[in-house]
Ligand binder design. Sequence first.
Ligand code: SAH
Length: 227
Amino acid sequence: MSFRASILTLYPEMFPGPLGVSLAGRALERGDVALETVQIRDFGVGRHRMVDDTPSGGGAGMVMRADVLAAAIDHAAPAGDTRPRLLMSPRGRPLDQRRVRELAVGEGAVIVCGRFEGVDERVIAGRGLEEVSIGDYILSGGEIAALVLLDAVVRLLPGVMGNALSGEAESFEAGLLEHPHYTRPAEWEGQTIPAVLTSGDHGAVERWRRAEAERITAARRPDLLKR
Ligand code: SAH
């Protein structure tokens, strides 16, 4: 069973983009992941294939039309398609590793990439779109946000990461930021590696890593400890 993502965008040439290389690129080649893009403009209105219009009530910018987006969504996800429908949006629930994990065990996702000022509010309820944000800043479009989400999901799919264990200790997986890493050389610019890491005492290494993870989380992200 592969993970199938349908991406609705005005810029399909942005995909697979960075997902075409390295781990994700190989998953695409193997067919463990399928990325399909849908050009929203193909569902535009009139001879000029209009996809946006001026905001009701006035003001700057343009708004993506509900009817055009709905037609594109209905094409990408006909009745019976149970994949979650996501709208990349700065108003959405901030993406976290828990949601990434949920998506990775599912069959895929339909992902709408906004442009301009955003999308007509009516299509969000009308097509049951779940708004997802990748952080408290404004991008020029949803495409890069979709790439971020897909990168996080794809690396969790079975067989994608070379060493399955290396995913488990990662930042956020245990509600903590990760401990520091070291590798050879033993001394670099006068800095050495903490002795416990080269002691061969696996229990002591585990205790040190846990303590460091807690110390760093308390210093940088006390909000994570409270959760
Ligand atoms: N006027 C909107 C911003 C529109 S940015 C506002 O103030 O909220 C244009 C598009 O980029 C959005 O529709 C969304 O799809 C995408 N986008 C921008 N910032 C994003 C973020 N932080 N997370 C996810 N998508 C984002």
